[in-house]
Design a protein around this ligand. Structure first.
Ligand code: NAI
Length: 304
């Protein structure tokens, strides 16, 4: 099993909002990064956004020009899971769907080297169940980054029922390596550890808040702007819950609420019909240009 200092090559699967940020962090931490996505257009977008983000940092003097260009060069886009066979650590950030993730873990277990650690950036799905799809459950762990990964200071690490102490220690210390080399995170990444319960720590508390904001909008308590302004100024949150849901992705919020509802069996986690309708309409949030709010794109007919 790889120790933190032996993690030299990192595979990142899923080059969307989260995977691209994780790839950027791993490259800036000095690792060779193999970035895989089922959609080649997502890879092209990810490389463009990582390069632009690193070059912005270099232009501001937060990263040297050489470190910036070296980090970009360390990222290689690949097209099949087989291309990840040399990875010491694979971090999966694909769609929040248990069956799809399990299928991927089965494949990863077959092709990666026996010492490789397999991590999931899942927002809510059981690490124990993902691990059970492999023959190396002691080397499977949750590494839950926050959006956007290069900026947000927290990483929530989730131990499955069989995750070994060695794997936990390696991933914790690897995670704490990010801020040392990536100057944007001046204050450093902080690691918290959660047991493997639905939604872990942060989403178990955050998603009911977001869901309640949707209920308030759905039942006409107030406008979206007033709900968000109320929570921003009334509770000193940096952004309101509806805007935050747009940033996270409404599809991700809905998936997490369903995991909480199924796993904890309490109706308080039952997703608000308005959230379900937005997702059905393809209003997935900022990444699609429209969610609760519009981001420079024509909105659909779904009205709160
Ligand atoms: P996204 O929709 O931006 O990106 C997902 C990417 O995965 C897409 O580019 C898609 O083409 C690719 N993909 C889907 N299935 C695939 C497969 N089988 N093989 C290879 N690529 C595949 O989603 P986002 O927001 O980046 O979320 C990804 C994961 O991270 C989810 O598990 C989500 O719950 C989790 N997460 C999301 C956060 C957020 O704020 N959006 C925060 C923390 C975790």
């Amino acid at each position: 099993m790889a120790t933190a200092s032996e993690i030299a090559a990192v595979g990142v699967i899923g080059a969307g909002q989260m995977g691209s940020g994780i790839a950027q962090l791993a490259a800036a931490a000095g690792c060779a990064v193999l970035l895989l996505d089922a959609d080649s257009a997502a890879l092209t977008r990810a490389v463009a956004s990582i390069s632009a983000s690193l070059r912005r940092l270099a232009a501001k003097g937060q990263l040297s020009q050489a470190a910036c260009e070296d980090s970009i060069k360390r990222i290689r886009c690949v097209s099949t899971v087989q291309d990840l066979r040399e990875a010491d650590l694979v971090i999966e950030a694909i769609v929040e769907n248990e069956d799809v993730k399990k299928k991927l873990f089965v494949e990863l277990d077959k092709i990666t080297k026996p010492s490789a650690i397999l991590a999931s950036n899942t927002s809510s799905i059981s690490i124990t169940r993902l691990a059970s799809a492999t023959k190396r459950p002691s080397q499977v762990i949750g590494m839950h980054f926050f959006n956007p990964p290069p900026i947000m200071r927290l990483i929530e690490i989730i131990r499955g029922a069989d995750t070994s102490d060695e794997v936990f220690a390696a991933v914790k210390s690897f995670s704490e390596r990010f801020p040392d080399v990536f100057k944007i995170c001046r204050l450093g990444k902080t690691v918290i550890c959660s047991q493997d319960y639905p939604g872990f720590i942060v989403n178990r508390i955050l998603m009911p808040l977001i869901n309640e904001a949707f209920w308030a909008l759905y039942t006409g308590v107030a406008t979206k702007e007033d709900i968000d302004t109320g929570m921003k100024l009334g509770t000193n949150h940096p952004m309101g819950p509806l805007q935050l849901a747009d940033f996270i992705g409404l599809d991700v919020c809905l998936s997490v609420l369903r995991v909480l509802h199924n796993g904890l069996g309490d109706n308080k986690y039952s997703p608000c019909p308005l959230l379900v309708q937005y997702v059905d309409a393809g209003r997935l949030g900022k990444k699609r240009g429209v969610g609760v709010y519009s981001y420079g794109q024509k909105s659909s007919n779904v009205k709160p």
